[in-house]
Ligand binder design. Structure first.
Ligand SMILES: [Zn+2]
Ligand SMILES: [Zn+2]
Length: 425
């Protein structure tokens, strides 16, 4: 019977995941009081993009204590922590360091009061990152390879990943074989969501200046009115989405700012229009970019005005989760947390610069972990009080279960690609 050894191997693999889940859980429970103190300190002292000096120094010191070799100031304020444990794959685990420039209104006893806020949960990620690093080092007899734990600055401005890569992240420290990152999300704590393929959006900024010729409001024939040109553009550009894009594909154009003119009886020289474009697939992105440009030019041409100055500025590129790595990790997460708590979810429409590492050809997985009481989330889903979303001044993860789940999930995901194969039965 050929089947027997396969069945035995599968049973051994399942037993290994079970043992690792238990080991990681026990270790994380034991260190939680220290993680809690670190979390609350980070939460109370957020620093905005590229100003994360205190945050980076704290993480660097913690990682040195565990035995990582730490390099600071990679990509301005970034941290690179390396732990070598024999021959094997190199695995990158990223956390972000930055908070947002906004006031926190959560009312928590450890709320920030410095004009910045960790309202995207990057403090949860940092604490889970530390917890996973400590757990992996404690379990080092169970894996081989090199851990590359990075603290990335400026995720919120979609600039930090590029800054670290431009500063030689992969040239100086090696190119990883796999990369993982997690993001807290307004799901129930204890749950994990992810997807194969796109998990975040492409983002491009729109900056257009429509040119006219200023004049008196009572004599439009003596002027060339850029307000009507801009108004036509703002309306017509939505047909790129409703009439040109495949309706089954995601794509958004939002005009968020129109600036032109001073008072009612003066026709201005120019009008500035600013907006954002979001998409998942490269083909849809190209189609929308071309459409926006064409409608802008046509709006001016229709009024016999000079061609507008159209700037479409690339921002974040969609994160493309690696199919094989997702499938492999999914198996472990389902065994560890139960099928009901681990599920595929639609991509988010926000953008993330974790894609910078992915686009260097590193098979990667970006997943979401919940932060709110399951009862509160269920009530919100059934018409109750909505839960605060990321970037809300009221964003307030429940620390213990959120951090424990995130730390354990990350530990297991990394162990799974670094573990020596299960001992032969
Ligand atoms: Zn954010
Ligand atoms: Zn974020």
């Amino acid at each position: 019977m050929k089947l027997l050894p396969i069945v035995a191997l599968l049973a051994a693999a399942a037993a290994q995941v079970q043992a690792q889940t238990q080991d990681a859980g026990t270790l994380i429970n034991g260190m939680y009081p220290q993680l809690d103190a670190i979390y609350k300190d980070l939460h109370a002292h957020p620093e905005i993009a590229f100003h994360e000096e205190r945050t980076a120094a704290k993480l660097a010191a913690e990682m040195r204590k565990i035995g990582f070799e730490v390099t600071e100031k990679v990509g301005k304020t970034g941290v690179v922590a390396i732990y070598k444990n024999g021959p094997g794959p190199m695995v990158l685990v990223r956390t972000e360091l930055d908070g947002l420039p906004m006031d926190e209104k959560s009312g928590l006893p450890y709320a920030s009061t410095n004009g910045a806020a960790h309202s995207c949960g990057h403090d949860v990620h940092m604490t889970a990152w530390l917890g996973a690093a400590r757990t992996l080092v404690a379990l080092k007899s169970q894996w081989k390879g090199t851990l590359m734990f990075i603290g990335q600055p400026a995720e919120e401005t979609v600039a930090g990943a590029k800054a670290m890569l431009d500063d030689g992240l992969f040239k100086r420290f090696g190119k990883p074989d796999y990369a993982f990152a997690l993001h807290s999300w307004p799901l129930a704590y204890g749950t994990i969501g992810y997807n194969s393929g796109a998990v975040s959006s492409n983002s491009d900024a729109i900056e257009i200046t429509f040119k006219g010729r200023g004049g008196h409001g009572s004599a439009p024939d003596k002027a060339l009115d850029p307000i009507t040109i801009a108004a036509r553009f703002v309306v017509d550009v939505q047909t790129v989405i409703s009439r040109e894009k495949d309706p089954k594909e995601f794509g958004v154009v939002t005009i968020g700012a129109i600036n032109g003119g001073t008072v009612g009886n003066i026709i201005p020289d120019t009008v500035k229009v600013r907006g954002t474009i979001r998409s998942y697939s490269p083909a849809v992105r190209e189609k929308i970019l071309a459409g926006v440009r064409r409608v802008a030019n046509a709006s001016s041409a229709m009024a016999d005005a000079p061609a507008p100055d159209v700037q479409l500025i690339p921002g974040g590129i969609a994160i493309d989760n690696n199919d094989a790595l997702v499938t492999r990790t999914e198996g472990v997460l389902k065994k560890a947390f139960g099928d009901a708590n681990v599920s595929r979810m639609p991509a988010m429409t926000a953008s993330e610069d974790f894609s910078q590492y992915v686009n260097q050809g590193v098979p990667s997985m970006f997943f979401f972990t919940g932060v709110y009481d399951p009862k509160v989330v269920a009530e919100a889903e059934h018409g109750g009080k909505p839960v605060a979303f990321n970037h809300s001044p009221y964003y307030a993860p429940v620390p213990e279960p959120s951090i424990k789940t995130a730390a354990q999930a990350m530990t297991l995901a990394v162990l799974n690609v670094m573990s020596a194969p299960a001992a032969k039965p």
